[in-house]
Ligand binder design. Structure first.
Ligand code: PEP
Ligand code: MN
Length: 339
């Protein structure tokens, strides 16, 4: 349920409500809006004497949260969440669309530094690259691990780009959280609940990728695990789902963009690289994602896709990225946004 305070309620009056909420065994999340504060209360509401809270000073009303994903829902927070990303504090979720690009995997210092320069030059806000890779086959390249993280840290130092890299398990979390500006949780781990709770304890934005067969409500419930553990900075990433279609690697579900925008206040980012599996599909689907209202894009870019250790077929070159960014500027402006 949500306790809506009257405009002008003082901090002490909010604290008083929080005290009551806790007495009834619920957990509170305080959300300060522009004109009023609301206290979202999570837990077993059957234990609550609503009257006691409703009659507290400056409480306007109590409303139930109907969505199963409580904290992620628009019922709790009507204004869109905006998170500051990386050293430049790019406001993701606001008017400008943020683009993150980089290779699937960190392969070498030279590859990352070259890519980072190009990515920065083209106007992107972040550099992606996996140091720890969740591969379908145990025989495929598994990533450079800690060495890869050190290379990403150097690229961040040199370019000021935000680093987005994946954490695949609890064991690597501290190490990845030290270097990464945004912690990526991959599609395969969307339902790794202990990992979601663990990144919920980190004070950094989390890019949560949609599981390959996850419905949107399941996706939002996964986000809820992170928020409920204490980290409200969750960025949702649509990266394509499994369907009967085999022409593309996955079916990029662009409907998820407007759908999520009416279900949640969290920013939505689209990954057309994993979403399609083919580099030539990436530019048109980036354009479509921006037109559909995505707050950001994350795509794979490699200086030499033919020799990439992973996902070369879906990686665009720096030259294609640069052209694409120019097109995206125009698409963003057509819908009153910018890049
Ligand atoms: C990736 O971003 O390289 C990746 C493994 O993505 P996903 O989890 O969407 O498959
Ligand atoms: Mn990849």
């Amino acid at each position: 349920m949500i306790v809506v305070m009257k405009p002008g309620a003082t901090k002490d009056q909010v604290r008083h409500v929080v005290g009551l909420v806790r007495e009834f065994g619920l957990k509170e999340h305080i959300i300060e809006g522009t004109d009023r504060t609301v206290v979202a209360c999570i837990g077993d509401k059957r234990m609550v004497e609503k009257d006691a809270i409703e009659n507290a000073p400056m409480v306007e009303r109590i409303v139930p949260i109907l969505a199963p994903y409580k904290m992620a829902s628009l019922e709790v927070r009507q204004s869109r969440s905006v998170f500051e990303i990386g050293p430049q504090r790019f406001p993701l979720g606001a008017a400008r669309v943020g683009v993150i690009a980089g290779p699937c995997s960190v392969e070498s210092r030279d590859q990352i530094l070259r890519t980072a320069e190009a990515v920065k030059e083209s106007g992107c806000i972040g550099l992606r690259g996996g140091a720890f890779k969740p591969r379908t086959s145990p025989y495929a390249f598994q990533g450079l691990g800690s060495k890869g993280l050190a290379i990403l840290a150097e690229a961040r130092e040199k370019t000021g780009l935000a680093i987005v890299t994946e954490v695949i398990g609890l064991e690597q979390l501290d190490e990845v959280a030290e270097v990464s500006d945004v912690l990526q949780i991959g599609a395969r781990n969307m339902q790794h609940y202990p990992l979601l709770e663990a990144v919920g304890k980190v004070r950094k934005p989390v890019l949560l990728k949609r599981g390959m067969s996850a419905r949107l409500d399941e996706f939002l419930l996964a986000a809820e695990y992170i928020i409920n553990a204490g980290n409200n900075q969750v960025i949702l990433c649509e990266r394509g789902i499994r369907t009967f279609e085999e022409y593309c690697r996955n079916t990029l579900c662009l409907t998820a963009v407007p759908a999520l925008n009416e279900m949640t206040h969290l920013p939505v980012v689209v990954d057309p690289s994993h979403g399609t599996g083919h580099a030539h599909f990436v530019p048109p689907l980036c354009r479509a994602a921006v037109a559909a209202g995505a707050d950001g894009l994350i795509l794979e870019c490699h200086p030499d896709p033919e020799h990439a250790s992973s996902d070369g077929a879906q990686s665009v070159t720096p030259a294609v990225l640069s052209d694409l960014m120019n097109q995206l500027h125009r698409v963003a402006r057509a819908i009153d946004r910018d890049l």
